[in-house]
Design a protein around this ligand. Structure first.
Ligand SMILES: [Zn+2]
Length: 117
């Protein structure tokens, strides 16, 4: 993990933390959930209740670990998710729009509602 060149390598994904998205491909296709985190470098997002990874944990009394199966959300490629528009309620492509004050915002391509507040 390197933090240099962070500025130069900053990718902008159309999906952001807190967005409501629908999974459109893969084994969780059709599920919707909130984006818990975004990894712009890997082009992945972690979506609530999607891409669940089951981890078998061995008991370790010394570390107070009980053992068993731990379920955790795994990363999903951003190309497999689409934003669910809060206005029209459908998953849609996003476009960009520049506000009069110069702020770049995302808009729903179906209903043209701004997705950012
Ligand atoms: Zn919409």
């Amino acid at each position: 993990m390197t933090l240099h060149h962070q500025r130069a390598e900053r990718h902008t994904l159309s999906i952001r933390k807190g967005d409501n998205v629908k999974i459109i491909a893969g084994k969780d296709s059709g599920k919707t959930g909130r984006v818990l985190s975004v990894n712009a470098k890997k082009n992945t997002v972690v979506v609530e209740h999607a891409s669940i990874i089951k981890r078998h944990t061995r008991p370790n009394p010394g570390k107070n670990i009980k053992g068993g199966i731990v379920e955790k959300e795994g990363p999903v490629n951003v190309s497999n998710v689409m934003i669910v528009c809060p206005s029209c309620g459908k998953h849609s492509r996003t476009g960009h729009s520049i506000l009069p004050d110069g702020t770049k915002v995302r808009v729903c391509k179906r209903c043209n509602t701004t997705l950012d507040k």
